[in-house]
Design a protein around this ligand. Structure first.
Ligand code: IMP
Length: 201
């Protein structure tokens, strides 16, 4: 590839094969996508940042330093207005290291009890480091409200308590296709992939 052009091999800092396949289908067959498993990375990459941007950057930089290949990493958090954007970067472990989604939701609902402002947003940040070591960020946001109680059984994480703006059903009541039409992660990846496409021309 050229220095500024589209990469032929791209590293995705994920251990989740489903996530990799999903993104591989969007990126197109002329780019070889490698995840942590493909690279034999078995250790946990530290997520010690205080913001989503820092965490995404730390993960991407860790792999760039090790392999010197173009790499991207994503980090997502749920930000509530009334709680100064908590849980934010701590979304996965909000109720403790067990990363229990039910406990996380319970804790958040407890903290929001009695507060009038239930507005919130999911935010996904992608950090991309190209072959020359240049760092760029891409972002996607889904705005909405935190429901009074979990509703719906699909999805994962905080989906059952998140009502996306302009909709009458929670993320957990939507099909994956429907959620992907409006989700923070899909928006961030669409913007990243559009950028890669642009580099091809
Ligand atoms: P990650 O950065 O994608 O691992 O996301 C961190 C945490 O944010 C997850 O463990 C979930 O608790 C939460 N989260 C991220 N994306 C979503 C989503 O689309 N729906 C619900 N919760 C999510």
């Amino acid at each position: 590839m050229t220095e500024s052009g589209s990469p032929k091999t791209l590293v995705f800092a994920t251990g989740n094969t489903n996530k990799k396949e999903e993104i591989a289908a969007l990126i197109g067959s002329d780019v070889e996508l490698k995840d942590l498993r493909d690279l034999g990375v078995t250790e946990d990459i530290p997520e010690t940042g205080a913001t989503l941007h820092e965490n995404a950057c730390i993960k991407a930089q860790y792999l760039w330093d090790r392999f010197g290949l173009p790499v991207f990493a994503d980090d997502t958090g749920l930000e509530t207005t009334a709680l100064d954007n908590r849980p934010g970067v701590y979304s996965a472990r909000y109720a403790g290291p067990a990363k229990d989604p039910v406990a996380n939701m319970r804790k958040l609902l407890q903290e929001l009890k009695g507060l009038a402002d239930r507005s919130a947003q999911f935010r996904t940040v992608i950090a991309y480091i190209n072959s020359t070591g240049k760092l760029q960020y891409f972002e996607g946001i889904a705005k909405g409200q935190i429901l009074q109680e979990p509703t719906g059984a699909k999805g994962f994480g905080y989906d059952p308590i998140f009502l996306p703006e302009g909709h009458e059903r929670s993320f957990a009541q939507m099909s994956l296709k429907e959620k992907n039409g409006i989700s923070h992660r899909a928006k961030a990846f669409r913007s990243f992939i559009a950028f890669l496409e642009d580099q091809k021309s």
